[in-house]
Design a binder for this molecule. Structure first.
Ligand code: C2E
Ligand code: MG
Ligand code: MG
Length: 663
């Protein structure tokens, strides 16, 4: 029973167990089903959610992506740009540094070379790598203008490494030495480089080879000097011109002022140079000027300045002429030198000069003053008969001024009847008989008084005024002479000086008019012409002289011996008389060459059947010499000075008519 019971119980138990299992199984199934459905729901939900989320994500991502893409694009653009910019900058920098004509060298703060551009390497005669990392003082040795090497600590780059911000080291005539030892002069600037905190980081040296520039500058300088020379020198003689002279004079004055020295200015003007120019042509005139310049120059000290102011005017500065007579000695020497013959183009030329001297500080203390006083003194020398020198005296100043105004005054002189004729008698020296007279023009200047022709004839010639003035002289002399004859005085022949300008204008017609108007016999008129007028050697001259001669006039050659007429030509001319120039008579007794010239002129006259008159006979010795040499007619202070018409009329009255035959 128990067992049965136990069996039954076991069976019950088993059955319940089975049932439990089934229940469990159904529960499981239910559960599974439930789970499945739940899962389905959940899955559905999740799916929905997921879908939703995905949707959301999709949308958001798109936006974000778009934003990202845009930002990315922008950034990439900017970056690319920046990169390009940096690249270009870098490239530009390199290109610029490479292409720079200037040498550019960078150094670090210890002075080691960190950068070298090609120009620098080339100028230094090295390869870039040979320079890099070296000490700058060794890579680029610097040489001072005096040829000394610059010590390392004084090297401009090292100096620069010690400089404050805003400062730089600049070149001062130094040179850099190339690798091969040669040098080139440079212009450089070395500038310190600073870090952000203001600490020295190094320096940059920029330099330029000046060789070419210096060569160009030198060429320019040479050109400039040439131009300078041309603008400061007289092209003919090569002497300083007026401009340079003034400058030199200015400095000479300054020197003299500082050293308390004296100094002189000599104004040298050739006498009758115009005559040479007119008669022999400008070419000969120019050559003579050159020869004169050379001769003057060769007698000067190195310290003296000779200049040509123009024409035949030279001027000389004598510095340290403390001995007051030094200038006089020099002037005399120069006159002496000039008086020696000049051989120019087969012409034997004689020149004299008139010299005016002014002294610093005695006469003037400035350029203008010294020049104008020397000029005034020179005019004075001219008026004293030329071929001499004169020191300046204050009263000459007014006169010099007057000379400047003379041209205007000369124009009015005729109209205002300021001219007057003086007559200088001509004598036969054997018996002291009056044989003629020379009409010599005087100008009664309202302020200057009686002005001798030497002071204004040249001006009248230069301005052409000589033609009307000369005509007046001719007319006046003939009228006056005829008046004397009408008054019953002894008729004498009147000699009238004729200028080249008159000779070239219608002289023949003028003479005819004048003779007509005065009624004077043509035989009583003598025309004094100069050799220079005859030099032209043309047929017109001969024709003109012949026509005058045919009218019955006499022709004489004035100042004979100073010109250069050829004797063969002279022979063809219808000339009656030679007047030996005064310059040969002055020293005829003592100077052998003057005596020889006078002697040969007299011989020439005899040979060509011409009368010979000696000008400027001042004493007995001269007269005796001349008579001895068979020159019988004379004119000079020994006999009489030129005198006014009244005095001459009086003189005429004392003479007898026999004189005519002799002349
Ligand atoms: P010239 O024709 O040779 O005249 C002679 C000059 O010598 C004159 O100077 C006369 O005063 C000067 N004289 C004469 N005897 C002596 C003497 O014994 N000793 C010195 N020391 N001098 C003496 P002036 O009158 O001053 O004339 C100078 C020149 O001016 C003249 O030289 C002549 O070339 C020129 N001249 C004068 N009047 C006229 C004129 O009406 N027309 C032209 N075209 N020229 C004239
Ligand atoms: Mg004369
Ligand atoms: Mg004369």
């Amino acid at each position: 029973e128990d067992r049965i019971e136990l069996l039954r119980q076991r069976m019950v138990l088993e059955k319940s167990l089975q049932e439990s299992y089934a229940g469990l199984e159904s529960l499981n199934v239910a559960l599974a089903q439930l789970t499945q459905s739940r899962l389905d729901v959940l899955g559905k939900q999740a799916e929905l959610w997921l879908e939703y989320a995905l949707e959301k994500i999709k949308n958001g991502a798109l936006v974000v992506l778009t934003v990202f893409v845009i930002i990315g694009a922008v950034i990439s653009l900017l970056v690319r740009r920046q990169v390009r910019h940096i690249f270009l900058l870098q490239r530009d920098k390199e290109l610029i540094l490479d292409a720079a004509g200037d040498g550019i060298v960078g150094v670090d703060k210890r002075g080691r070379v960190t950068f070298v551009n090609p120009a620098a390497a080339q100028m230094l005669g090295s390869e870039t790598h040979e320079l890099l990392h070296r000490d700058v003082a060794q890579a680029i040795p610097v040489i001072l203008a005096n040829g000394e090497n610059v010590m390392e600590q004084d090297h401009p780059v090292y100096q620069t490494l010690r400089l404050k911000k805003g400062f730089s080291a600049r070149s001062d005539l130094e040179s850099f030495r190339r690798r091969d030892g040669t040098m080139f002069s440079v212009e450089y600037v070395a500038t310190p480089l600073f870090g952000a905190a203001g600490q020295h980081e190094g320096a940059v040296l920029i330099f330029k080879d000046l060789t070419e520039q210096q060569q160009a500058e030198q060429r320019l300088e040479e050109k400039k000097q040439l131009l300078d020379h041309m603008s400061n020198h007289d092209s003919l003689t090569g002497l300083p011109n007026r401009r340079l002279f003034k400058d030199r004079l200015y400095h000479a004055i300054e020197r003299s002022r500082r050293k308390f020295n004296d100094m002189s200015v000599l104004f040298i003007d050739l006498d009758r140079f115009k005559k040479i120019n007119d008669s022999l042509g400008h070419e000969v005139g120019d050559k003579l000027l050159v020869a004169v310049a050379n001769r003057l120059q060769s007698h000067l000290r190195r310290s003296d300045t000779l200049a040509r102011l123009g024409g035949d005017e030279f001027v000389l500065i004598l510095e340290e002429s403390s001995r007051s007579h030094l200038a006089a000695v020099m002037a005399r020497n120069l006159l002496n030198e000039l008086s020696k013959v000049f051989d120019v183009d087969s012409h034997r030329l004689f020149v004299t000069a008139s010299i005016g001297i002014s002294r610093y500080p005695h006469d003037a203390q400035d350029v203008t003053g010294l020049m104008s006083s020397a000029d005034a003194a020179m005019y004075h020398a001219k008026s004293r008969g030329r071929n001499n020198f004169q020191y300046y005296a204050p009263e000459m100043n007014g006169r010099a001024q007057e000379f400047l105004e003379m041209e205007t005054q000369l124009r009015d002189a005729l109209e205002q009847e300021q001219f007057e004729i003086y007559y200088q008698p001509q004598y036969d020296m054997r018996d002291n008989t009056l044989v003629g007279a020379e009409a010599l023009l005087r100008w009664n200047h309202p302020r200057l008084g009686l002005v001798p022709p030497g002071d204004f004839i040249t001006l009248a010639e230069e301005t052409g005024l000589i033609v009307p003035i000369g005509k007046w002289v001719l007319a006046q002399a003939c009228r006056q002479n005829q008046d004397w004859i009408n008054d019953g005085l002894t008729p004498v022949r009147i000699a009238v000086n004729i200028s080249i300008a008159q000779f070239r204008s219608d002289l023949s017609q003028t003479v005819e008019e004048v003779l007509d108007q005065s009624g004077m016999a043509p035989q009583l008129l003598e025309l004094e012409i100069t050799e220079s007028m005859l030099m032209e050697d043309d047929e017109n001259t001969i024709l003109l002289l012949n026509s005058l001669k045919e009218k019955g006039l006499h022709i004489s050659i004035d100042d004979f011996g100073t010109g250069y007429s050829s004797l063969s030509y002279l022979r063809r001319l219808p000339v009656d008389k030679l007047k030996i120039d005064r310059s040969f008579i002055t020293d005829v007794v003592h100077n052998e060459s003057d005596a020889a010239i006078a002697g040969s002129i007299i011989a020439l006259g005899q040979n060509m059947d011409l009368r010979v008159l000696a000008e400027g006979v001042e004493n007995e010795a001269q007269r005796d010499f001349l008579v001895q040499h068979q020159c019988y007619i004379a004119q000079g202070f020994f006999y009489a000075r030129p005198m006014n018409a009244e005095d001459f009329a009086e003189l005429l009255g004392k003479h007898h008519s026999e004189t005519m035959e002799k002349s």
